[in-house]
Design a protein around this ligand. Structure first.
Ligand code: GDP
Ligand code: GDP
Length: 435
């Protein structure tokens, strides 16, 4: 089932991006990723109590044109109607109602989707009495908040919680669901068609939910793989300049829906920065990852071409050294079987946990070879390691000083674990806990 998606609407400067970041900051992060996370996304997943939802920040999109407000309203109408299940309309509690607030309310009323009116910039209690005019907008579900200082944001989360359907509890299904993502024209649809042609497509035309997507199920080496329809990534938008915005929103949502993602690039063009952002999101979410370098037929090959290109990719994003990088040609049907073999191999690693005794044996060896450096005169001891979960892959290490482990040492541990156990394709995290 698709995860509920919440669109944050509101005219420029009411505080949408501030709210987006505040909501992301509110959720408890259980484990810290090994690499730093930069939040330059316009879509992210939020977990609150036992439910989760996707959040879209339309404030992160700045149209390159003069008629800014009109464009924003058009863009938001499209986000509201096509991408969202629940809407948050943000207004500025320090100002009067404007005609753009009213246009947005009109759109919301026509759509009839559940909506919360978020009156922002109510930084303290005494400002609450200035905002009763907003009741005239006709939205019943209202909350006064300050996105900037966090006032009443918990109450807003409770209101969101109440609107989310009950059956979407946090869970990661153990089915194999595979998505192919990447920039336009790298060959995603061609690959999807080739895989469906080649493999026995067992069930088709299972209509998706409201979002008119049709996933396909294929059987490969006796395993059933759900291939997520990514046609939506190409859907046309009528708003000039916003193709990138929508393609990005849809890509992040597809990633959340899958458990293994292939990021496809064009061998001739290489990576761009958005690819890196996409990979980082997959890694943060703990989903399986494969890199596909397509159009290999176009490259004039010499002895070391593949190795050189692989080195280039790894120097662009060192984290990828731990994950499969396949050079393929959809056009010539070259190495396509390797893709699904890798998907199944990654998935099979998520079924069994590594034995705790094997992990501790390794921990002893690696800390003997290179003990954690003392910091602030404190001698750090790593006492015990265990695998907490397989999908997402999380290890816990018990130590006397969980906060003093350096980033370099964390990376060393991660590399050592990976060198000893085959975890290729599975992003992982180490959680340091107080013994
Ligand atoms: P957006 O264009 O709707 O995404 O708005 P931003 O999040 O960029 O915020 C616009 C301005 O309002 C920024 O200067 C914020 O610092 C300010 N702002 C956002 N939330 C609050 C708030 O709760 N109280 C006050 N006083 N200012 C806020
Ligand atoms: P999408 O936008 O990522 O879904 O890309 P498409 O599947 O529509 O492919 C874009 C273009 O690249 C089309 O003209 C394809 O025929 C071409 N293409 C796809 N795969 C290959 C390949 O392996 N080699 C070459 N030379 N062209 C390819």
């Amino acid at each position: 089932m698709n995860i509920s998606t919440i669109g944050i609407l509101g005219r420029p400067n009411v505080g949408k991006s501030t709210l987006f970041n505040r909501l992301l900051g509110k959720q408890k992060s259980i484990v810290a990723p090994i690499e730093g996370v930069t939040r330059d996304r316009i879509v992210d997943k939020i977990e609150w109590l036992d439910k989760e939802f996707m959040l879209i920040d339309t404030g992160g999109y700045i149209p390159k044109s003069n008629d800014l407000i009109e464009k924003q309203v058009k863009l938001q109408a499209e986000v509201a109607s096509k991408e969202s299940d629940i809407l948050l309309l943000v207004v500025d509690g320090k100002e009067d109602i404007t005609s753009s607030d009213q246009s947005l309310v009109q759109i919301i009323h026509e759509l009839g989707k559940p909506c919360i009116l978020v009156i922002n910039k109510v930084d303290d209690k005494k400002q609450e009495k200035n905002v009763y005019d907003f009741y005239s907008l006709g939205i019943q579900n209202i909350v006064f908040i300050s996105a900037q200082n966090g006032r009443q944001v918990g109450l807003l989360l409770d209101k969101i919680y109440n609107l989310l359907p009950n059956e979407i509890h946090k869970k990661q299904s153990n089915d194999i669901s595979f998505a192919i993502v990447g920039m336009p024209n790298v060959g995603k649809s061609s690959l999807m068609n080739a895989l469906l042609d080649e493999e026995k497509s067992i069930v088709t035309d299972i209509a998706g939910t409201t979002r008119d997507s049709i996933d396909s199920y294929i059987k490969h080496n006796k395993k059933i793989i759900r291939i997520i329809d990514t046609a939506g990534l190409r859907k046309k938008t009528k708003i000039v300049d916003s193709i990138e915005f929508f393609s990005s929103v849809r890509t992040f949502r597809v990633i959340d829906d899958c458990n293994i993602a292939a990021v496809m690039i064009d061998a001739d063009k290489g990576f761009n920065t958005q690819d890196k952002n996409i990979i980082r999101y997959i890694v943060d979410r703990g989903k399986g990852v494969i890199i596909l370098v397509n159009k290999w037929d176009l490259i004039v090959k010499e002895t070391n071409t593949m190795k050189e290109m692989k080195d280039d990719i790894i120097s662009f994003y060192p984290y990828l050294q731990h994950h499969p990088i396949l050079f393929i040609s959809v056009k010539n049907k070259f190495r396509l079987d390797k893709i699904l073999n890798n998907v199944i191999a990654i998935h099979s690693k998520t079924i069994d946990k590594i034995k705790t005794s094997d992990l501790n044996c390794l921990l002893e060896n690696i800390t003997r070879k290179y003990p954690p450096p003392s910091i602030q005169g404190k001698q750090i001891k790593l006492n015990y390691i265990t695998q907490v979960s397989s999908f997402p892959l999380v290890f816990a290490i018990y130590t006397n000083y969980p906060r003093l482990i350096s980033v370099a040492y964390k990376r060393y541990l991660d590399n050592q674990i990976r060198a000893n156990f085959d975890l290729s394709g599975l992003p992982g995290k180490i959680s340091f806990r107080k013994k």
